[in-house]
Design a binder for this molecule. Structure first.
Ligand code: NCD
Length: 357
């Protein structure tokens, strides 16, 4: 059985029924992985990783291998035709002709959506710049569900680089769809959530509280989502230095927390969690990373095998730059068509979700 969605670019492409079905499948796979070892037999997954990755890439690769499929791809664009100046469109057209599913990670926002316009097979977004990271969200929701038995009615704190952390953007926009979740946003003023996320949370009537320290809110939380300050997204090393090391989860702070707090982290972590805290049973990020493989197995099982498309449509070339976000793919790959959408009454770029002025 295939999913209604063909690509996974944003968690919100998926209905909650589809999510529940996927989650149930991931738990079945986790219980008896060997039963699924031929589900993708004869299928090929291509991983186009234009940006470094350990967990996401390896968990996708092991997921496909455990389903009996094979993998191709690159993790160093310098060793592919990208280094010769090939456009994203050409790379995707060619590779999607070889493979049954394309998994892409790219440093530029909206690159996954752009890829989906030209692909002959399903595209999965494995992180597009500081925008979204939907398969990390699947991992996070699965882990929260496993521990709490639900993904609603929870007080969830997100701490660290809320501005550039794509995992936080995806997770909050997913959690807002479940009833009664409250959000506590812990960051410096410079690293606050971008407006495309905040506006959506507010439009959905979510309760949001902003805090500047962990101490003042850790006691209320059911889930604490710690994140790394995203060094690679800062304009200068000086700007990064001003923000790094401000938030650190220590055993003193854990003493203020509930006995059943769940501390998640998408990993890699740098210095935001003290070494001794790793051994606190409330810290579940290594279990979370393992769940990432099972939920990706479920996703591949559902998407791989979808009908292939023939020639992609000939989109009209844009007349001028239409998105003001310098980090949007449309300002890097100039042939991309002008595609906009209306979200909560706001006109937005389909690629990176920025408001169109
Ligand atoms: C995250 C990412 O790449 O956005 N890592 C991951 O996929 N597990 C988080 C990060 O890099 O900080």
């Amino acid at each position: 059985m295939y999913m209604k969605i063909r690509n996974l670019i944003d968690f919100n492409d998926m209905s909650l029924e589809e999510w529940e079905e996927l989650r149930a499948l991931a738990f079945r796979i986790k219980k008896a992985p060997a039963e699924y070892r031929d589900v993708c037999k004869g299928r090929i997954m291509a991983t186009l990783f234009y940006e470094p990755s350990t967990r996401t890439q390896m968990s996708f690769q092991t997921a496909m291998m455990r389903l009996g499929g094979k993998i191709i791809g690159f993790s160093d664009p310098g060793s592919s035709s990208v280094a010769k100046g090939e456009t994203l469109r050409d790379t995707v057209k060619v590779v999607s002709g070889y493979a049954d599913v394309v998994v892409i990670r790219h440093p530029v926002e909206g690159a996954a959506y752009a890829s989906s316009l030209y692909s002959h097979c399903p595209v999965i977004n494995a992180g597009d710049g500081g925008h979204l990271h939907p398969t990390q969200t699947l991992t996070d929701l699965m882990t929260i569900h496993e521990l709490k038995g639900k993904t609603e009615g929870l007080t969830v704190g997100c701490c660290g680089d809320l501005l550039n952390g794509r995992t936080v953007h995806s997770l909050l926009r997913a959690l807002m769809r479940f009833k009664g979740n409250k959000f506590v946003l812990i960051s410096t003023p410079e690293l606050k959530l971008p407006t495309f996320v905040t506006n959506e949370l507010l439009a959905n009537g979510c309760e949001i509280r902003e805090c500047s320290t962990l101490e003042e809110c850790i006691g209320e939380l059911d889930v604490l989502y710690m994140t790394r300050i995203q060094r690679e997204r800062f304009k200068s090393p000086e700007d990064y230095a001003k923000q790094s090391g401000i938030y650190r989860l220590t055993s003193d702070k854990m003493e203020l927390a509930k006995a059943d707090l769940a501390v998640l982290h998408p990993l890699p972590k740098v210095d935001e969690i003290a070494y001794e805290v790793d051994d606190d049973p409330r810290c579940v990020y290594f279990e979370q990373a393992e769940n990432g493989m099972f939920i990706r197995m479920a996703l591949l099982a559902r998407l791989v095998g979808a009908e292939r498309t023939g020639r992609c449509p000939a989109y009209p070339l844009p007349q001028k730059a239409f998105c003001h976000n310098a980090r949007c793919i449309t300002n890097h790959e100039k042939y991309l068509p002008e595609l906009t959408k209306t979200v909560d009454g706001e006109n937005r770029c389909c690629y990176c979700d920025s408001k169109i002025k």
